[in-house]
Ligand binder design. Structure first.
Ligand code: 5GP
Length: 256
């Protein structure tokens, strides 16, 4: 690992050059940050869980025709991905009022929204990733109108699929954040899903108890962060019970 050239280091992941020019290796760190990195911690095993959960989500989404960057999992913390040019936007889909939307619009957290709402934030740490309108996106050239259409439609399809997937294991998908990239192939450019889909980027509540099974446990000092991520992985069938009560990663399943 030390010999590879690092391409980019983010708050929770590192990108290294891949074995071919069109590929990268995405490494999942245990680092957790919140509130624009004002709050930091290292959570043992978080990177391993997010690597597995993101692999699972991207693979399932690929099966219904959502294009994504995931190629294969390499080991506990790394996956091979397609190199894309990241579109500098966070695409947030919300089903239930929570987080910044609840605060901004004075909604009660937990209130179901009349329909799924898609928001865009400009990816700029210095500004705290501000909410932007489609007007800003086209005026400043962050994405073209057809790319915005692609992102909205892929985000809503992803939402429909993930709502069902999580509902099947007793979890309410409150909201989540996606990132997209431009994949240059031959003479064409395609908009594909990039980054990760994990409890770091989703709000996931137990359907019966409303227990938070996501990064809000870290943001709000609720404790039991990796235990909650393990619970998500276990319900999705990514982790199995070893028989002595300890969850273990099932190395046979899930990766190709
Ligand atoms: P909110 O805008 O309410 O803070 O977040 C909405 C959803 O997007 C939540 O599921 C949250 O986890 C996710 N999200 C928003 N911004 C970020 C970010 O910068 N990083 C990650 N990992 N998730 C984010």
């Amino acid at each position: 690992m030390s010999r590879r050239r690092m391409v980019y280091e983010g708050k929770a992941k590192i990108l290294y050059e891949g074995p071919e020019p069109h590929l990268l290796v995405q490494y999942f760190k245990d680092d957790a940050t919140a509130f624009n990195a004002e709050k930091k911690a290292v959570l043992d095993g978080k990177g391993v869980l997010n690597n597995r959960i993101s692999e699972y989500m991207m693979t399932r989404l690929g099966e219904i025709g959502i294009p994504h960057h995931f190629v294969k999992r390499l080991n506990m913390r790394e996956q091979l991905i397609k190199k894309v040019e990241i579109i500098p936007l966070e695409v947030i889909v919300r089903n239930v009022a929570a987080g910044t939307m609840a605060k901004r619009l004075g909604l009660e957290e937990g209130e179901r929204l009349p329909r799924a709402v898609v928001e865009f934030c400009y990816k700029k740490d210095e500004l705290g990733d501000p909410l932007v309108a489609e007007e800003h996106i086209s005026a400043f050239g962050w994405a073209t109108p057809p790319e915005v259409d692609d992102m909205v439609s892929l985000a809503l399809r992803t939402n429909d699929f993930m709502c069902g997937l999580f509902a099947g294991v007793g979890i309410r998908l409150v909201d989540f954040k996606l990132e997209f990239g431009r994949l240059f192939e031959n003479e064409t450019v395609r908009t594909i899903l990039a980054d990760e889909i994990s409890p770091d980027s989703c709000r996931l509540w137990d359907m019966d108890t409303n227990k938070k099974l996501d990064k809000d446990r870290f943001r709000r000092d609720l404790g039991g962060v990796t235990e909650a991520y393990s619970e998500v992985a276990r319900r999705l069938g990514i982790l199995r019970d070893s028989g002595d009560g300890a969850d273990v990663v099932d190395f046979k399943g899930g990766s190709k």
